[in-house]
Design a protein around this ligand. Sequence first.
Ligand code: SAM
Length: 278
Amino acid sequence: MATIDGLPPLREVIATHGLSARKALGQNFLLDLNLTAKIARQAGDLTGMDVLEVGPGPGGLTRGLLAEGARRVLAVEKDPRCLPALAEIADAYPGRLDVVEGDALAINPLDRLTPPIAICANLPYNVGTELLVRWLTPKAWPPVWDSLTLMFQKEVAQRIVAKPGDKAYGRLAVLAQWRCDAQIVLHLPPEAFTPPPKVSSAVVHLRALPAPRFEADPKVLERVVAAGFNQRRKMLRASLKGLSPDIEDHLTAVGIAPTERAERVSVEGFCALARRLG
Ligand code: SAM
C-alpha cells in the first residue's frame, strides 16, 4: 500500500528489519502515519525549525515531523537495530535527518541543533520524566528550545498540567507551569500502539515562556517545593520547618496559612515564599 511519503508502511519496515518490540527499551510503536502526522502537528508550525526527537524507533513520528516541514530532525535512538530503517528515511529526505545512536540520558543532543528548536518525542516511559525535568531546568531561561511535545503515560501527563487542589498536583506541575504554558493536546488509548502498553497515554505540549511567570531563584524554589511535597499530607508549618525556624512568620507574610498543605498552594504562592526565604 502506498504512503504519503513513498516509503513503505511501518508494518513492512518492522518486518523487513526484524524490529520485534523490546520491553526493556520501552518499545511501543506507533504504526499509523496519520496519527504520527497528527502528533507532529501538535508541535506547531515546524517550517524553519530544528527538531530533536528521542527514540525514533522504526521512524513513524520521524516521518511525521519531516512531512510536516521540519527544517532538520536530529533523532537519538538507543537500539542499533533501528538504524537501517532510519537510514532509509534519511535517504528519502536528503540533508534533513541525522540519526545519533546512543542513550539520550548520556548525551546532550541539543548542542548540535540551531534555534529555533522544537523537541518532539514518543518517549520511552522509563526515561520520559527524567528527560522532561532536565529540559525544564536548564542553566538559563529562556531555554534553547521553544516547545516540547511529548507522549507520556496518562497519569504523568496529568501531573504536568495539574492545578492546585488536584490530586495530581505536585513538583512536576510547579516545575512545568512556572516557566511554561502546559496542556494535554491528545489522548491515546493503549490500542494505538504496537504492542499495546498496559496504560493509556497522552501528548503534552509545553511552550517556554520568555521569562518565568513569577520571579524566584530556581534553587530556592526547588527546595521549597521539594520539602512541601515530600510530606504532602503535612501542614506547611511542619513540612517546611527544616527551611527556616521562623517558617510560620514567612508563610503568613506571603499570605499562605501555616496550616495549609502544599497541594493547595499556587505556583505564585511557592514563588513568593521562595523570594522571601531566598
Ligand atoms: N518513536 C517511535 C514511535 O512512536 O513508534 C518509538 C517510540 S518507543 C515508545 C520508544 C523508543 O525509544 C524506542 O525506539 C526505544 O528503543 C528508544 N529508547 C529507549 N530508551 C532510550 C534512550 N535512553 N535513549 C534513546 N532512545 C531510547
